[in-house]
Design a protein around this ligand. Structure first.
Ligand code: AMP
Length: 636
């Protein structure tokens, strides 16, 4: 098979809580998970802003030498924190969407309605209120992952396979491609997270099975839930069915616990912390930690000092209470499992492997319900849930790009997660053209008729979803077809085609007259226009320059700090008066005083050039001191 894309492509798991980038190593015929500049294989999906700069958590860590754990402990008093999980929950949604309205009440920053009802995240940056759409936040993370890969490969990375939750709809997939473009990446393929995990799991397994192997992937993460059933037959990885909810995951479980303690505070302390974002955020951090503990302990305490109006909060929660608070969510997970299995037409007894992916699949109750459902069949938790998705994406990237000669021979066939169709004009009935779980790529055509005599305009509202009433589903876009005057019942047709990324194009034409009028939905109003994208690319470049400047400043400050420290120590040594003249000692002391002034937190007006110039002077004095000391020891 001819490869479609030049150069080497990487696989990126743009996760809700952590992101990961991987590449196929052709020489060694294996996948390498790429370490970031901190030496970690996964990178927190965080973007933080304060009044002075945009910070990826990585940069913050270099500067303040804090680990992510301690970051959550200090609770970002000074930072506007944007968890990517929030951005991912906004991706491809409208501001007025009820789910968005419910979510933003609990978020520590403001979200407003932008053009076409697009939700815009509001932050204070450099003294100004700035608005970002979800794609921009995602693009910041994609840029970071591209840079991580480039540092490892030593060459520019242009192409990437990016993973999305299987249940992401058309707009959300397009938004992910837009985020890639803003980040300077050509997204050569979007693949579903559970499918990628199945590749990671099944790559070696395909040799040990004769005939088919049915794999059930259960992926419960921070903000999304996906299940997929795949059949591996030799080199063919065929998804049979997928189901899920892009709004169900660990964050929801945390929120339930937060609400539980908010009510407790109301009763016990007569205070309502709901209106205080900082207190809510600190309580949520403590709840998330407690939730993890409850995965191995039966009871734990939640403590937050000075949570609100000086109240030191301390309470306990049992695993049973946590389960009770979230039982409806867990049951919903199991309903989705059941739907997926029914859609796949595979009996549960014919499932060979049940693979658990995603941090929230560690919750004991979830595992218990799954075991019960699959009648005690063993659950496989052996693949690293943090890396499996990027691993599978890297394999797919290698298959698609010509830079890899020894990529595995593997054919991936995915399905579309939602039914797609047109609202029939009068009855508002969803006329499904492509049913959910149809293998993609796919092209299907349906016939329609005009309703009136001499009807010259026919509207085609395109929907996705499973509800029989079209307007209960999600409207993707609408277009018009102009026809020649003809009696009622004039035949028309609509053709739906879905590409390998799961992205839809709809065309319509008038057939009987021979006139053809085709319209394609490529850029519905949910999607960013080329103008918007270009503007965002420019802004991203601007932020990148600022980030680099911040890093340059941080590095010179660190170097200056350690130089001052070393020289102060050197001056304390007894023999310094023998090595240096009093004028030299005075000169060094003066230089140290200037450096300490520059390092002073309150001195904000320090130009990087000034800092670097002074560092150079100090370093040369240090060298002079060392060479004199060496001479002294040598002569002595
Ligand atoms: P992921 O998106 O796959 O990285 O999953 C992140 C989610 O998993 C977050 O909501 C975490 O709180 C949750 N999580 C991670 N470890 C555990 C655990 N041991 N028990 C319960 N939830 C966990």
């Amino acid at each position: 098979m001819a490869k479609e894309h030049e150069g080497r492509a990487v696989g990126i798991d743009l996760g809700t809580t952590y992101s990961c980038v991987a590449v196929w190593l052709d020489q060694h015929q294996r996948v390498e998970i790429i370490h970031n500049d901190q030496g970690n294989r996964t990178t927190p999906s965080f973007v933080a802003f304060n009044n002075e700069q945009r910070l990826m958590v990585m940069l913050l860590r270099i500067n303040l030498l804090l680990t992510l754990k301690t970051l959550s402990l200090v609770n970002f008093y000074f930072y506007y924190l944007l968890l990517h999980v929030y951005a991912k929950r906004l991706t491809g949604r409208k501001f007025s969407d009820l789910v968005v309205q419910r979510d933003i009440l609990l978020w520590p920053f403001k979200v407003i309605s932008g053009v076409n009802d697009k939700p815009m995240i509001t932050v204070n940056y450099k003294g100004q209120e700035k608005h970002f759409c979800a794609e921009e936040i995602s693009s910041m993370l994609l840029t970071k992952m591209r840079e991580v890969a480039e540092a490892y490969l030593g060459s520019p990375v242009k192409n990437a396979v990016v993973t999305v939750p299987a249940y992401f709809n058309d707009s959300q997939r397009k938004a992910t491609i837009d985020a890639g473009t803003i980040a300077g990446l050509n997204v050569i393929r979007i693949i579903n997270e559970p499918t990628a995990a199945a590749i990671a799991y099944g790559l070696d397994k395909r040799n040990d099975c004769d005939g088919n192997r049915n794999i059930f992937v259960f992926d419960l993460g921070g903000g999304t839930f996906d299940v997929s059933i795949l059949t591996i037959k030799g080199d063919l990885f065929e998804v049979k069915a997928t189901a899920g909810n892009t709004h169900l995951g660990g964050e929801d479980f945390d929120n339930r616990m937060v609400n539980y303690f908010v009510e407790e505070l109301k009763k016990k302390n007569k205070v309502d912390i709901k209106q205080n974002p900082k207190s809510l955020r600190r309580l949520r951090t403590a709840c998330e930690r407690a939730k993890r503990i409850l995965s191995f302990a039966f009871v734990t305490t939640v403590e937050v000092d000075a949570l609100f109006m000086g109240i030191d909060f301390s309470s306990s929660i049992t695993r049973a209470k946590f389960e009770e608070l979230n039982m409806d969510f867990f049951n919903e997970c199991m309903n989705i499992v059941d739907t997926c299995l029914r859609d796949s037409k595979i009996y549960k007894s014919n499932i060979d492997d049940i693979v658990l992916v995603g941090g929230s699949s560690r919750i004991p109750k979830v595992q218990e319900l799954l075991l019960e459902f699959f009648k005690g069949k063993e659950l496989f938790m052996g693949i690293n849930p943090d890396e499996a998705v990027a691993y599978g994406a890297a394999v797919q990237a290698a298959i698609l790009s010509e830079g890899f000669k020894n990529a595995p021979n593997l054919v991936l066939r995915d399905v579309t997660p939602l039914s797609l169709g047109i609202a029939t004009y009068k009855e508002n009935i969803m006329s499904v053209v492509i049913p959910r779980n149809t293998s993609i790529p796919v092209k299907k055509t349906n016939g329609y008729f005009t309703l009136y005599d001499n009807q010259c305009i026919v509207d085609f509202p395109v929907y996705e979803g499973e509800r029989p009433r079209a307007t209960d589903n999600n409207l993707l876009g609408s277009f018009r077809l102009h026809c020649l005057p003809a009696p009622r019942g004039h035949p028309l047709e609509a053709c739906f085609s879905i590409d390998e990324n799961g992205i839809l194009t709809v065309t319509a034409r008038e057939i009987s007259t021979g006139n053809m009028n085709a319209i394609t939905i490529t850029n519905d109003k949910e999607r960013l226009s080329m103008f918007d994208i270009e503007k965002m690319i420019k802004e991203a470049a601007k932020y990148h320059v600022e980030d680099m400047q911040f890093l340059r400043r941080a590095k010179v400050m660190c170097a200056l700090d350690s130089c001052v420290y070393n020289m102060k120590n050197a001056l304390k040594k007894n023999n310094v008066n023998l090595i240096l003249t009093p004028q030299e000692i005075e000169k060094i002391n003066n230089a140290i005083t200037v450096a300490m002034n520059l390092l002073d937190k309150n001195n904000k007006e320090k130009e990087i050039d000034v800092l670097e110039g002074h560092l150079e002077d100090l370093e040369s004095m240090s060298k002079h001191l060392i060479s004199k000391a060496n001479n002294f020891i040598f002569l002595g």
